[in-house]
Design a protein around this ligand. Structure first.
Ligand code: ZN
Length: 144
């Protein structure tokens, strides 16, 4: 960012839905101090949505780019890209189990587990799409 641009408010992580694969972030409006915009990303399709004023008027807002960036940073922070295929599958299954166990026992799951599960799924889909994943990991995932 150059010094001529005004500083944009940071996106704050809000929610991760493991059923829909949608993550949501909140961001303060730059035009209305009382308004909080909600920006979401479908981690399965890459579709983005924002409820800010610009989006209401069918304009493309900077939030849509920022939400993809925020999610990419979340994935990078977890360093799943460095896991082997087998490790990635174990990582995903572990967090899927945590999500379902917490859900069954307490009625809700931990956000950390939901984010980790979505990150694992995203990395898995990326490897499948690019044909990077080992056949054994592919089979073990399908058999589960
Ligand atoms: Zn927006």
């Amino acid at each position: 960012m150059t010094s001529t641009q005004t500083a944009r408010p940071a996106l704050r992580f809000l929610s991760a839905d493991t059923t829909t694969g949608i993550v949501a972030y909140a961001v303060a409006s730059q035009h209305d101090a009382k308004r909080i915009n909600i920006v979401s990303l479908d981690t399965q399709t890459g579709a983005t949505y924002c409820d800010c004023k610009a989006s209401e008027c069918y304009h493309t807002c900077w939030h849509l780019v920022a939400v993809v960036e925020a999610w990419n940073n979340e994935q990078a922070r977890r360093e799943v890209i460095w896991l082997t295929d087998a490790q990635l599958v174990r990582y995903g299954k572990k967090h899927a189990l945590c999500v379902s166990t917490y859900q069954a026992r307490t009625g809700r799951s931990r956000i950390e587990d939901r984010v980790a599960l979505l990150v694992a799924r995203g990395e898995y889909r990326r490897r499948v799409r690019l044909s990077l994943i080992e056949r054994d990991a592919l089979i073990s995932q399908r058999a589960a």
